[in-house]
Design a protein. Structure first.
Length: 195
């Protein structure tokens, strides 16, 4: 969910962009030295920045009402350096089961343990990281590629994971000072842990 309130248009409009053109657009915008012009109708969108133009087909229909599933009361807060966390997730995920890619986070005051194991090959890995954590101790599982994708796409130095328990969606937001006109959050569903 990304919202920019400082950009004003003549009317309220929206469209749904496929993942591939969104990824291409992300790379174009990273290199853009001037404003990007956005034009769209019910079928196509065109993005123009300097000498670069991207035209793509849009997804038909309305985007689901995602705001209804964003948790409002997640009292447990984990603050951690995004790059260190991402690198640890990637390293530990190498030893996760190839078919599930599950990793487990054990979070307690000042410490997070990221672990994975593949019993088929008798391998496992774990890594300890320092963090700031305000809440009850929790053990929660995720699919490593989903968590890594979110962490690799957030533009923040530090992230805050807002958790309720190990069964409810986790909200990942910035832990840094940010532009008040921009709001970016990611939602990640945990996996059930075999206890």
């Amino acid at each position: 969910c990304y919202t920019v309130s400082s950009v004003k248009g003549e009317s309220k409009n929206s469209f749904i962009l496929h993942k591939k053109p969104a990824s291409i657009l992300k790379n174009i915008l990273a290199k853009a030295e001037e404003n990007t012009k956005i034009e769209f109708d019910h079928r196509n969108a065109r993005f123009t920045s300097g000498n670069t133009m991207l035209v793509c087909r849009l997804i038909e229909g309305n985007y689901p009402a995602y705001r209804t599933v964003i948790p409002k009361n997640n009292p447990n807060r984990l603050i951690i350096g995004r790059i260190d966390f991402l690198n640890a997730v990637r390293r530990v995920a190498v030893c996760s089961n190839q078919s599930t890619s599950h990793i487990i986070l054990k979070i307690s005051s000042g410490k997070i343990i990221i672990s994975a194991e593949d019993t088929s090959f008798a391998i496992s890995a774990y890594e300890n990281l320092n963090c700031q954590y305000d809440g009850t101790d929790i053990e929660i599982g995720f699919k490593a590629p989903f968590l890594a994708e979110i962490l690799s796409n957030l533009p923040y130095e530090n992230v805050c994971m807002c958790l309720a328990d190990n069964c409810r969606a986790v909200l990942i937001i910035s832990a840094d000072e940010k532009d008040p006109s921009e709001d970016l959050c990611a939602l990640l569903m945990p996996i059930m842990l075999n206890v």
